[in-house]
Design a protein around this ligand. Sequence first.
Ligand code: NAD
Length: 491
Amino acid sequence: MTHALKSFFAGHWRDANGPAYETHYPADGSVVAHLHAATIGDVDEAVQSAEKARHHPSWASLKRHERAAMLYRIAAGIRDQAEALAQLQRLDNGKPINETRALVASAAGTFQFFGAACETWEDQLTPPRGDFITMSVHEPLGVVGAITPWNSPIASEAQKIAPALAAGCAVVIKPAEITPRMALELARIAQQAGVPDGVLSVLPGKGSVVGDALVRHPLIKRIAFTGGTDVGLGIQHLAAQKLMPTSLELGGKSPTIVCADADLDHAVAGILYGIFSSSGESCIAGSRAFVHASVYTEFKKRLLAGVRALRVGDPADERTQMGPLIHNRHRAEVERYVQLGLSEGGQLLHGGGRPTGTVYERGSYYLPTVIEGLPNTARMCQEEIFGPVLALLPWHSEQDLLDQCHDNAYGLAAGIWTQDYKTAWRLGSALQTGTVWINTYKVFSISTPFGGMKMSGMGREKGRQGILEYTHQKSFYWGLNANPMPWATPF
Ligand code: NAD
């Protein structure tokens, strides 16, 4: 069924002023939604309304526990409509239904967590060093621009909207042009939960128009961005012009390490999940598997048995593990990388093409692909593919392993498979990544901060500290002097 979507401007649903466009279901190319893209003028209107709304007593005078109550109502609203939201998310980006259900549950948990963090977060009374009382309080930064990608919309959007509202900010969100649906649904639920008009607006449209206008707008006081590294660098460059804080959750080329003593069945299951779930369209995809030379052959045998058993197919089918890629242009990009890897000397162990059969004919499907024999310096091992492509690389010594892991621009995440806690700690401490998973992979908890090092980004989302990213800190000194200040006291 095709939907006509409206944008959400300060409590009102209407067409934006830019060109009409359609979004498509990646599994069969059918039209999912019609809508209008926003314009630079629309951005200005939404930001001006947000600036007014954030000062209005209906928002600005709420106590933290009252804001928290709104966030709890949003969490409940998401849970009430969880199945419908999961189905809509599946239509937006073609992820298998089991994954979209998990994303929806995680979005509800995010609002609940930040509700709890909002009503329990405390400002500080700092130790005074004179005749005064000192305190440090956090105030909302102002209007926040949130910019999100297409791969996990409801989760990425919740991770920005929830802490920003918890902090008392107003938010203008620009979802990916091709996956506008979840941000609009979150706005509808937030409106029903009592979030005042103007505190949240949703403007789908092009990054180079709507995203760029948000970043440049003088009333936008922070950008929370998730997306590719090149776009993130451009945003950071513009943000520097107005000394605007940003959080940048960017790309990755994450290594997963199999040690000689690893439980190979656990490692195989974790590595398969790490790279092939979400069809590899995941910033934390474990796309380079470094396997100790002593277990390489056995690991490869078990891995390939696991890859052959993966079920690629209809995202609506609950048994499906891998759905289609987001669209044919992206599939062509993945195919180009695989060809490049093979031309650089890689040997194809599995996949390397499109699945055949009627179910796959109209969707942008691609097989799980495993390649070995490439040096870590090959472009296929250096650049983010954002698809279901795994490079297998042997390692011999820890130094050689760490050198290879670090010889990469990114630093988002890593996995270690070992039965020795000392090895795990030594390697985990040495790895230059924002997250290290030990004997597990791609599991998340909203209470644990997430973010990247190196070209994978800066700033952290999630965790109690996540709220503070949307505040500025103000210090107060309360004088207790019984007499005038001595320096200027006339005698
Ligand atoms: P993208 O960078 O092309 O787009 C992300 C968002 O930025 C979209 O909303 C897009 O419209 C907008 N945008 C594009 N150009 C812009 C500009 N000039 N100014 C402002 N906004 C602009 O990324 P994508 O293709 O949608 O998503 C894939 C990328 O996202 C991958 O690199 C992936 O690793 C990354 N990602 C990172 C994380 C993380 O948490 N680190 C999570 C998911 C995805």
